[in-house]
Ligand binder design. Structure first.
Ligand SMILES: *[C@@H]1O[C@H](CO)[C@@H](O)[C@H](O)[C@H]1NC(C)=O
Ligand SMILES: *[C@@H]1O[C@H](CO)[C@@H](O)[C@H](O)[C@H]1NC(C)=O
Ligand SMILES: *[C@@H]1O[C@H](CO)[C@@H](O)[C@H](O)[C@H]1NC(C)=O
Ligand SMILES: *[C@@H]1O[C@H](CO)[C@@H](O)[C@H](O)[C@H]1NC(C)=O
Length: 271
């Protein structure tokens, strides 16, 4: 009985199995991972079959290269040349998952899991790995020539090119005159810089945010506090002018009241 099983197993391992049967395998279509992170792929055979071996392959130019195999006789095995990168996370003949350690750009591509069954053949699932890179954005704030404006710029580096978005916490302040420049770096990343003019009052401190996004990965955001301008010329400030007028008016009214009272008192004395 045992010998027969081994024979069937060997038959399947030695044969090139047609990779046509899909649909009964549940797997992720795309896995997104940041450079340096680990990526996990899992495949689950939804129907119970007599599985002899689970094989993981890396596909390049439509050709699959065996990366790792699991079967009930020899257990799990990561093939030569892949041992630094791949390891099994969960092994089972119906449900199997692997982890790619410390992903780099070269790990990007599609992978296949094959459930080799008897007598039907191989059921395959396909998952593609998308590797991205995203660094924390850097915000720079400059005072513009106008006392009502700031020039805010934000830079973020990533692959593919990130989208950079500026935001402001205060309702009465708005960004305008957007300008975005994208520079490609030698390592296939892009540095995107968005510059905009923040208009509105510069009298209060306000918070400016910058968010960088790549694909559907979690965004990276930084917040910067812009504090109020120190040198405000008193003559140009409307509020200071109003206050001066109130004091002057008050003083004039006081002097008038004192004068009227004095005149009235003097008149009474005379009468
Ligand atoms: C199969 O594996 C996935 C992920 O490893 C897990 O979420 C799921 O519960 C497993 N299913 C079974 C039937 O073991
Ligand atoms: C600010 O002033 C400088 C020189 O006075 C000028 O070259 C520059 O264009 C001005 N910038 C803005 C935004 O008005
Ligand atoms: C790619 O280049 C950018 C800009 O020179 C740098 O910030 C980033 O760290 C580089 N990425 C890698 C993975 O070396
Ligand atoms: C900023 O935008 C909001 C809404 O779009 C608008 O109500 C407000 O008047 C704008 N403020 C300035 C200073 O332009």
């Amino acid at each position: 009985m045992m010998r027969q099983d081994v024979l069937i197993y060997l038959l399947f391992v030695c044969r090139v199995l047609p990779a046509a049967l899909t649909a009964v395998i549940q797997t992720q279509q795309t896995v997104l991972a940041a450079v340096g992170e680990d990526a996990e792929f899992s495949c689950q055979l939804l129907e119970t079959k007599d599985v002899l071996q689970v094989t993981w392959q890396k596909i390049s130019h439509d050709v699959g290269t065996n990366v790792a195999t699991y079967n009930k006789y020899f257990g799990q095995r990561v093939h030569d040349g892949f041992t630094d990168k791949f390891e099994f996370k969960y092994t089972g003949l119906q449900n199997c998952s692997i982890v790619i350690r410390n992903v780099i750009e070269q790990d990007e591509g599609c992978y296949r899991c094959l459930f080799n069954t008897y007598p039907e053949g191989a059921f395959t699932g396909r998952t593609c790995l998308q590797v991205y890179e995203l660094h924390e954005p850097v915000v720079d704030v400059r005072e513009s020539n106008s006392t009502e404006e700031w020039v805010v710029s934000c830079s973020a580096t990533g692959r593919p090119a990130p989208t950079v978005t500026l935001s402001v916490s205060q309702q009465d302040l708005n960004f305008s005159q957007y300008n975005t420049v994208s520079v490609s770096n030698t390592n296939a990343t892009f540095t995107v810089t968005t510059t905009a003019v923040l208009s509105g009052s510069r009298k209060h401190s306000t918070q400016v945010g910058c968010a960088a996004r790549v694909l559907s990965a979690p965004q990276r955001e930084v917040m910067v506090m812009i504090s109020e301008v120190k040198q405000v010329h008193a003559g140009n400030d409307d509020n200071d002018d109003d206050f001066t007028w109130i004091i002057v008016l008050g003083a004039v009214i006081c002097v008038c009241i004192v004068a009227v009272v004095t005149i009235l008192a003097n008149r009474k004395k005379l009468l």
